[in-house]
Design a protein around this ligand. Structure first.
Ligand code: NAD
Ligand code: DAU
Length: 338
């Protein structure tokens, strides 16, 4: 199979590319990524060497999914499927300025869907999020639940999912949608809770916890999400939506304490700060539909968080290049815009 992955230089996209190329020795991937601040080809250094230069099964194109010329060029190479990760992904940034979120997440998705339609793509996997259901005080969100997005980010993700659905209904574009909970693992940009707190503590700084720390998220190891997306890519029913939850509900305070304990810090290293505006209290998914397809999360939070902390401890080269901006300087030179 030939796959076009968008946003493959980001956190989940890079883990997914590695998962697919290792598991399927005859598959090829093209990675289309704009290389925003969150796109980092250091995430794929090993992949570039083994599967790019030597096996010629991986190729990178720097480009914006909003640019129809670039998108048509790569979709015109006739991949069998598109797996669409590219997005602005950080809720706090969408609160400060939502422009790029609406541009990339909605209009960029439209450009891709349109190219998929024109070139008769075999499958279009739209990567969505559990945030589209809004805050769930009790119970678990099912795929057919009402959508109640509360941040500019989640609004943009709702619009993208609904556009994808509309392309299926209107044009028969073979769309499948996944909606996962909070991912964690290697190569996550250190603006998100888990890598931010780990690196702050490693550097002797405090962990900035919003509000009372009692907001609940369901944590999904990125390797479990990659397996689920792989399953949906191959066996997901066209026109369907699949929730992907980790069955690891934790308050932010619990997550913080787990990280503090493992790194031998006490609670004086928590700094309670002003809450995020519109902060959703709880997300929780009912994942029974994808479980019926044959998937279940393998990683338990307590073990996977230790592996994740160890990964950040052992890969200082990776996060130091983010903190000093070297990764951007390096790849801007290698892949200049225009
Ligand atoms: P990320 O921010 O780490 O990576 C996003 C990638 O998209 C980057 O490589 C960036 O350069 C690229 N990109 C951004 N704008 C682009 C554009 N206009 N054209 C081409 N490339 C562009 O994000 P992530 O955490 O890996 O999330 C990937 C996807 O999964 C997103 O769609 C996100 O909404 C969704 N998601 C994430 C999580 C999570 O916990 N991280 C959970 C559920 C869903
Ligand atoms: O639920 C899936 C979503 O998970 C994805 O769609 C998003 O792309 C991804 O960014 C993530 O969104 P969250 O807002 O849940 O993730 P974040 O890591 O920003 O925050 C997790 C929780 O931790 C949230 O309740 C806010 C809190 N938090 C976050 C940061 C960055 C803090 O208390 N302090 C912080 O400094």
């Amino acid at each position: 199979m030939n796959i076009l992955v968008t946003g493959g230089a980001g956190f989940i996209g890079s883990n997914f590319i590695r998962h697919i190329l290792v598991k399927y020795p005859d598959y090829k991937i093209i990675n289309l990524d704009k290389l925003t601040y969150a796109g980092n080809l250091d995430n794929l250094r090993d992949i570039e060497h083994i599967y790019g230069l030597s096996e010629k099964r991986y190729g990178f194109v720097r480009g914006d999914i909003c640019d129809a010329a670039v998108v048509n060029e790569v979709v015109g190479r006739k991949p069998d499927a598109i797996v669409h990760f590219a997005a602005e992904s950080h809720v706090d940034r969408s609160i400060t300025n939502s422009q790029e979120f609406l541009q990339t997440n909605i209009l960029g998705t439209r450009v891709l869907l349109e190219a998929g339609r024109q070139y008769n793509i075999g499958k279009f996997v739209q990567i969505g999020t559990d945030e589209v259901y809004g805050s769930v005080e009790d119970g678990y969100s099912k795929e057919e639940d009402v959508l109640e997005p509360n941040s500019p980010y989640s609004v943009s993700k709702v619009a993208a999912d609904l556009l994808a659905r509309a392309y299926w209904i209107t044009f028969g574009t073979p769309v499948v949608i996944t909606r996962s909970s909070n991912n964690f693992g290697p190569y996550q940009y250190p603006e998100k809770l888990i890598p931010l707190f780990i690196l702050n503590l490693i550097e002797g700084k405090k962990a900035p916890l919003y509000g009372d720390g009692m907001n609940v998220r369901d944590w999904l190891n990125v390797s479990d999400n990659c397996e689920a997306i792989d399953l949906v890519l191959h066996h997901g029913k066209i026109g369907e939506i699949y929730n992907i939850g980790g069955d690891n509900e934790r308050t932010n305070l619990d997550v913080t304490r787990t990280i503090l304990d493992y790194l031998n810090f006490d609670e004086n290293f928590i700094e309670y700060i002003k809450d995020r505006p519109g902060h959703d209290r709880r997300y929780a998914l009912d994942s029974s539909k994808i479980k019926q397809l044959g998937w279940e999360p393998k990683q338990r939070f307590e073990e996977a968080i230790k592996d994740t902390i160890e990964w950040y401890r052992n890969n200082e080269w990776w996060w130091k290049r983010i903190k000093d901006g070297e990764y951007r300087k390096y790849y801007e030179k290698q892949y200049p815009v225009g």
